[in-house]
Design a protein around this ligand. Sequence first.
Ligand code: HEC
Length: 227
Amino acid sequence: MSDPTNDPKNPVLAFIGTAFLFIVPAALIVMLGVVGFAFLGGSGLDVKEEAPPATLASSPAAQAAPPAAETAPAASEETAPAETAAATPAGDAPPAELMEIGKASYAMCAACHGADGKGLKAGPMLMAPSLVGSEILLGDPDAALLIVLKGIAKENMDYMGMMASLAAGLNDEKLAGVLTYTRNEWGNSAPAITVEQAAAARAKFADVNAPAGVKRAEIQAIVDAHK
Ligand code: HEC
């Protein structure tokens, strides 16, 4: 460094100069990157960085806690279900409470039958048939109950969807509600289905073994056999 550097002072300075040309912009870029990253993912980073130091044992719990808290408010089985059922009139207007419950529960049907009940479009096809004016929906309550409890067998490609049993996702009140709602929405009109009817159907159709859903042609026979 001592001997040859007498002359090459200029080269050294030049080297340092060039180095600065790179170092300074590089440093700026890195800083911008850090700042930008902090802006974009700032909040997320903070949370994640705090979690690991909280020891191995507590971090999973800490991560699990927020979701649990969010799901908790979804108190689906609030209020007393039985009371709504008792007030079911035989007349025209379906009970408002049952309609409300049914409207909420219909979300699971809308995925195929559409928010307007006419069947959700899937390209040129429909996911499911229209419920508007559906004879099977508006007819014998047990037929409609059977379909929802057991599903309908897919026997052709008329529809894109396939309706499996929805029994597990609907308690008796919601089952009665969703059918009361669909029977009295979009211009449909049919007597409400009571919680008692829903509970009775669930019990009496329990022996119907149709894992892939009941066949359309057999619905009436099954209903008649369980009267
Ligand atoms: C995953 C899609 C899907 C979901 C979800 C679904 N269905 Fe269906 N549903 C169908 C299909 C498909 C058919 C027709 C089956 C066939 O004939 O091939 C059908 C048929 C019906 C029928 C007979 C209608 C007629 O006139 O033929 C009724 C009633 C019915 N569904 C009610 C409901 C209700 C009520 C819900 C919600 C609780 C529901 N469905 C949820 C796909 C679905």
